[in-house]
Write a protein that binds this ligand. Structure first.
Ligand SMILES: Nc1ncnc2c1ncn2[C@@H]1O[C@H](COP(=O)(O)OP(=O)(O)O)[C@@H](O)[C@H]1O
Ligand SMILES: [Mg+2]
Length: 222
């Protein structure tokens, strides 16, 4: 599904210093996998996730998605591919406070770059029903618990029917039970909907939900 070949990501610190957040990383994420990426703070996990999620391009090396090198795609083509392909879940939920739960779930369809072959609102309502949030559809995010907010964020990722869900520290702002509930939900989506899941976490018990664990240390995968 997505392959990284000898990928490095560097940042210029000052005139004569370059910092490598990732050094020659090679890995492959296969369709329907459930992978955890783990490692200490500052090791390069989020940088890696941004590359896998097509949010960023490498400084060197290749990111290959469905057989295509992303270096050969325009920014516009890359955005379209990302929009069709990837759903994101973040530590801070990133819900829009002024929008209701239903509106938050619908938001990606408003910016959709592809023509949807389903009615967005019907799909949002179906997801909210299926995942136990339908009574909250008109509530604003600040009326929800952290666990509920993160569940809304997962549904917002699901509405575009992504092949891949990338979650960066999705349990980082949750109590332990809500955190495990979110991981179980991601596990269910992997098993039942065959969605590929990549979870970034520095917590070992959260990483353990992955069927494969990728360890990052000092910008390298070992
Ligand atoms: N835009 C940037 N400019 C400079 N340094 C960065 C930038 N993004 C990340 N870094 C550095 O790269 C390293 C890895 O960052 P990150 O991938 O966010 O780590 P993690 O998610 O594992 O905590 C850190 O030392 C961080 O300071
Ligand atoms: Mg991070």
């Amino acid at each position: 599904m997505i392959k990284l070949q000898n990928v490095s990501k560097s940042y210029r610190v000052d005139e004569d210093t370059i910092f490598y957040a990732l050094k020659k990383v090679s890995l492959e994420i296969k369709e329907t996998e459930f992978v955890s990426i783990t490692g200490p703070s500052g090791s390069g996990k989020s940088t890696l996730m941004h590359l896998i999620g097509l949010l960023d391009k490498p400084s060197s090396g290749d990111v290959i998605i469905q057989g295509k090198k992303i270096s050969q795609l325009s920014d516009d083509e890359l955005s379209t591919l990302r929009n069709e392909f990837v759903g994101f879940v973040f530590q801070q939920f990133n819900l829009i406070p002024k929008l209701s739960v239903l509106e938050n779930v619908l938001l990606p369809t408003v910016y959709a770059r592809k023509k949807l072959n389903y009615d967005p609102e019907a799909k949002a309502l179906e997801l909210l029903t299926k995942f136990g949030l339908i009574e909250k559809k008109s509530s604003f995010p600040n009326k929800l618990s952290g666990g509920q907010q993160q569940r809304v964020a997962v549904l917002r990722a699901l509405i575009m029917e992504p092949k891949l869900i990338l979650a960066d520290e999705p349990t980082g702002n949750l109590d332990s039970k809500s955190g495990h509930d979110i991981m179980k939900l991601l596990g269910e989506l992997n098993r039942n909907e065959k969605i590929t899941i990549v979870v970034v976490t520095h917590e070992a018990d959260i990483a353990a939900y992955g069927k494969r664990v990728i360890k990052v240390k000092d910008g390298q995968v070992g």
